[in-house]
Design a protein around this ligand. Sequence first.
Ligand code: ADP
Ligand code: ZN
Ligand code: ZN
Length: 679
Amino acid sequence: MKISEVTEQTEIAKLKPIEEKLDNEPLIPKELIQTLLWVSRYYHHPLGECFQTALPKLLRTGKPAEIETENWWSRTNKTVEKKIGSKQQQCLDLLNDYPDGISQSQLKHYLGNINTSLKSLETAGLISQQQKAKLPIARNELHFDLELNDQQQNIVENVWKKKDQFQPFLLEGITGSGKTEVYIELTERVLKDNQQVLILIPEIGLTSQFVDRFKKRLNTTIVILNSSVSDKERKQAWLLAKAGLAHVIIGTRSAVFTPLSQPGLIIIDEEHDSSYKQQDGLRYHARNVALIRAQKYDIPIVMGSATPSLESLYQVKKQRFELLELTQRAGSAQLPKVRLVDCSQANPDHGFSDILLKAIKKHLDAGNQVILFINRRGYAPVLMCHDCGWQAKCKHCDARMVVHQHRHILFCHHCGYIQRLVEECPECESSSLKSYGAGTEKIEQHLQQLFPETPVIRVDRDTTQRVNAFSDLVADIKQGEARILVGTQMLAKGHDFHDVTLVGVLDTDQGLYSADFRATENLAQMITQVTGRAGRGEKSGEVIIQTEQPAHNFWKTLISNGYKKTAESLLQERIEMALPPASNWAVIRAESADREEATAFLEAFSAQCHQQLAEDVLILGPVPAIMEKKGGRFRAQLLLSSAQRKPLHQLLDQHISVISRHKLARKVRWSIDIDPVDI
Ligand code: ADP
Ligand code: ZN
Ligand code: ZN
């Protein structure tokens, strides 16, 4: 019998009596169980842990799956006979607008503290109360002021034609072309049909801008599932979605497991974003899972991006996804001009070229905002002794310690190891220690010195740890209080800052040299996304990119032909070299405090697979990971690749249980990563 089936009879002779019925209806609906069975099979991960990942914490721990309720008030038929107070009158006026009643917290949101007024009205028999599901508070001002342009309208119609069937759409729209407006319009239509929309967004500090736009436009129950939501709210949102009482569900990766009773549409914003892939435990990709769910529900799924992943472009090529394009910026905004500057002209200490500094001054003088990207937090990536050549390295990792000047520490970004910032070389006691290279802290400090009158804001993981820190910073940026913004990629994603006219990218070259075959794809995405931050409003923008290789072909293609052509040529390369997405990969990773053990386990794994190897499957390794030592453990990996998906999965199915019983399997920490994104 399969787990998903219930039968009338059983072969098991003695079944135990049921002690207690935990829930009145099954906690997990059938469709979600089927999805989780698929997830468990596809990712070769224990089913129990798949359920754990899918359920909100409070439901995992056996708490009753009951929706939290609250008082709802509604108007009775009784007419007002004698004069009542003004607060009471306000309550009645409002309740007259809500024939189905309104929750106490929503009433309070509109009218302030009204407990005594409610009591008097109830005593007078003018209103009555009942318990109903507690819903998130909705705002009251709605704005409907936007008319879609022809391209947007066409896209909406195209999706709508496939409204009642499974159809994946890739919505490729340059930054600022109005993808979000398309999502909103589609959502509005689905809501009119009394169905629900599940929307996935990347895991970034800020989701509120995106969510606010939905809240402003849709008069409906919207629930949010991201890291800032409490366990209690998460459980409530999950149950409301399951009961069909939440109509729009917006969340990050794990929200892909939210049950829906009236599914109408799934949307994935920034579908290329790497946060959709979980990097530990159940290493699922939310885009994959979302596709399976849409298929089971028989509904369309829209995946949007200005810089689609090569995976999705490959599916378009194979005609499994339908491509929809937005090629122009919405409204009057124009795409910015892009310029490359040779890094050799940059000051080796702080990393700025004269050209970039002059441009910053020009844009500030014109009263605009400037964004500077550097994909490295901290003050400087290297601390070195001038006399003996000593460098600060992490004792647990094959990595350098990064100087964090503000906190006066050396910090390993890979394992989190922290040391006090040394003043003296531990090898030769010389005091001529010098830091090299620049991170966000150093850039911020330098700009503050150059422009002492201009407020500078730094946005990176260090300045955004506090809850709401990110939204506070963004509010400052939007209100124009910060004129210079220094940040990591965090600042690149999706924000709409209208006064930014200059974007500077300080250091880009790791992307061109990396051993990871995805590095160029990621660099092209990053550059295109940050470029999209300039000139979003009425004013036109400019982008300056500093690189050591201005003549590199990559730049030529990207700058003269744009992301689309770059992605096409990268995809062609992948196909020719039989790399993903043109082939299927699984990586087996092992780590151990003992360097030999990790490798020995993977050798055993490989030998086991070789006993019965399908012709199509290739096994490479084991090889040490690119950073072999991390957090005090040695890491190695084995790569399995196959042109067809099936033989690869069959091979894993066949051998995993044998390998799990290997004596080293219990000594090393090992995992299977299907469709790995970082290797
Ligand atoms: P994307 O999601 O593709 O980056 P947005 O939906 O955020 O694009 O749109 C970019 C900007 O253009 C926003 O300020 C949005 O309000 C505006 N916009 C979008 N569509 C239209 C339209 N049809 N008419 C006028 N302005 C629009
Ligand atoms: Zn020294
Ligand atoms: Zn470390």
